[in-house]
Design a binder for this molecule. Sequence first.
Ligand code: GLN
Length: 456
Amino acid sequence: ESYLARLRLTEPQLNSFLHVSDSVLREAQDLDRRIASNEEVGLLAGVLVGVKDNLCTADMPSTGGSRILEGYQPPFDATAVKRVKDLGGIVVGKTNMDEFGMGSTTEGSAFQVTANPWDISRVPGGSSGGSAAAVSARQCMVSLGSDTGGSVRQPASFCGVVGLKPTYGRVSRFGLMAYASSLDVVGCFGSSVVDTGILLHAISGHDRFDATTSKQDVPDFGSHFVSATSWESKPLKGLRIGLIRETLEDGVESGVVSAIRAAALHFEELGCTVNEVSLPSFSLGLPAYYILASSESSSNLSRYDGIRYGKQVFADELSSLYGDSRAEGFGSEVKMRILMGTYALSAGYYDAYYKRAQQVRTIIRNSFKEALNQNDVLISPAAPSPAYKIGEKKNDPLAMYAGDIMTVNVNLAGLPALVLPCGFVEGGSTGLPVGLQMIGSAFCEGELLRVGHIFE
Ligand code: GLN
């Protein structure tokens, strides 16, 4: 009840949700009854979870932030959502997002602009801005997002919460509306590392509906924190941390650089060794990412044809039915991505763009591998600046894309990364949060969570 009251109070300013469930209390009372009669309830019993609107939910609309899916209600739950529900989690509602995940501010939603709870004249980041704002404002306890190029980590940084992008293949994408399938992952937000780890634990693991999920064992990301108190006084002694040099160079706000340097000192106090490492291919990530993500999206979004799902603009000819439905249904950023992707994939340009971007992806992947052979964890800012003002970047796509420089490489390499608050810079009335990004080896989320929990 107190969460719902808070949601009602804050939502008029924040607009984090596109849809709020009307059965939260009923589900909670049901759980109460089951607990009273000694029935087993799961790991997430009574936990209020916000769900990004690109994850399908059978009992609520799922639009992916797009008019083309306005009013669409899928006939099934995404696997991540199903697992949350099966473990007793209660879905509070569907959170706002940039249309199909394309954006970094949530201003690209076809329906509403979400505000940053730290300063409502600023954006919450994106594309999972609604999920980040909802946890930050305690409208729910944890939330699900998706991260194709930073959409969990950058909003976590802007909203001062914890965000985790799992290894590609750790969490099923079944029921996640595809943006760029080789990069998309479902991720988690929480107000602490422990909460975030528990949610990750709930949703991880092989799924027969997603052939790219890994059969690797899922360690207990949740309860292994219980032993945290018994760790020795220098619990991170000997841990090798690599501070990525290229992430503290030109274009990164000085307050962000100082916060990350302070975080590095804190790691040293905790017994780690911190060394600068260089990833010379770092800046190539941005162009490679935008070519690959646009290319994949131009193919994935062909399914919105006005026939199979959502919006249909009726026309006499089939080709105009497709054309008009897409012209009215998609927003301008989505159209631009489809055009860029189609261009990069066309005969005559393919070798120069798509193929070259794939080659760059391999170089990036290898350079991370090498850096993670010499270091246990790599650190960087999660974004080059704190939250932007609403409208600041909206009409400047290149400036918007440039803000993703810290996060896109990690998706290209398929690695896990944890973002947690590490300080503030001036701005708003309280200061604006800065996020630290910790990158680990594939399937080492447990180690990131352990280190993050001690750091926190
Ligand atoms: N901002 C990036 C993009 O627009 C990343 C988005 C995401 O991770 N979904 O593609």
